[in-house]
Write a protein that binds this ligand. Sequence first.
Ligand code: AMP
Ligand code: MG
Length: 480
Amino acid sequence: MNANWNFDNSYARLPERFFTRLHPTPVSDPKLVVLNRSLAEELGLHAEALANEEGVAVFAGNRIPEGAEPLAQAYAGHQFGYFNMLGDGRAILLGEHVTPNGERVDIQLKGSGRTPYSRGGDGRAALGPMLREYIISEAMHALRIPTTRSLAVVTTGEVVIRDTELPGAILTRVAASHLRVGTFQYAARFLSKEELQALADYALKRHYPNGEHAPNRYLFLLEEVMKKQAELVAKWQLVGFVHGVMNTDNMTISGETIDYGPCAFMDVYDPRTVFSSIDTQGRYAYGNQPYIAGWNIARFAESLLPLLHEKQEKAIELAQEVIAQFPTLYETYWLQGMRAKLGLCTEEAEDKKLIGELLHLMYTHRLDYTNTFRALTLDEWHFCEKELCDWYTRWQQRIARQDMTKEEVYERMRQNNPAIIPRNYRVEEVLAAAVEHGDDTVMERLLQVLSDPHAYTKEQKEYAKPPEPSDRPYRTFCGT
Ligand code: AMP
Ligand code: MG
């Protein structure tokens, strides 16, 4: 049986300056570490064939499946506020697989060798960070948050040099596309207006086909991407996800979360939460994420200006009108999500205040974000401090004012509050077992409990435990 790859590569038909055609660099001794069988099935691929020698050779970049047209994508981006020319420095897009349902997804190898965009980098990736991306992206998917997904991780049989020698690995990433805000910035800065337009038309066709006949289709594109991103970041905030490196090259046009580098989930509620060792200014702190998303959308709008109107002044005016709506849009999504977390199905003017007070109490009492909602959901709110009890009483009064039984309220809450998140210490346990001892069973168990975060099973209770208090804050590293 063959794997059933079905490639049709629309990105490769864009003007040639959007990419460089090249093959992954072969590796010496590929071995499959993890294969996402359920994702394979969703994509119409045959897991057995993906797991055999030929299948693994594809994940390793040693074999190009029929129909693939490997290339590295060109893009630019603002990194921590500074504009740079970037591009796939260690990734190769094999092509687009079209599923039996007609869905089109990018199949990308991450860690597949140097490209013309590698700058100083080695083009490779280490096993730990690739497993981290696998776990967190799959957890995000299970949390119903739009995200790129992970089909497989293979080791290469080669070492990569970071602080020490680490086992090399390649992740196969599946994405609605890899079009980024940074792809538009690249076109706007370095290419012709025709090429920029070709990119915008391509993005519309691929992700927002309803807009192809809009009166101003590029304005439509801006609005839709803004909505998708406002909704996405609201979802991050609602589960306490800190992306960690919201550079404009790491923001997709499709509205999927992408690039799981220094990301992590917040334990104790604190808007200043930062995990990334290099984010010394806290630019990408938890509480800043909505503002940064708005900032990135403004960079997207800038890159579209030449297409929005012939007269620059008018183009700026049109763009500003759209992006001015971002904060309200974001808040609408967020408030909607928060109401659901608190089991509210009606809207009252005071809801925002009630939510704000809860967050403030979490902050002052150093409460775990996920477990506070978990306790409310399971009706296990056993705090004796007066202000916490008072808040609880007000919330109980609030839910009593809607036409819903207690059971319905709690069911709504279960659907909107995860029983567990991928706790950082749990992820670290997995990586230590897999990387240092070649033991993948710890990962399998974690993936299993994360696969249905709203189940509230007995096993999940163990995984819901917050970390032991520590003097050292948890740090993640970009040296992926
Ligand atoms: P990231 O922080 O993962 O979004 O990466 C930012 C840029 O650095 C992208 O252009 C990557 O392709 C590039 N990059 C990251 N790691 C490496 C590496 N090991 N070798 C070459 N390029 C890299
Ligand atoms: Mg990136």
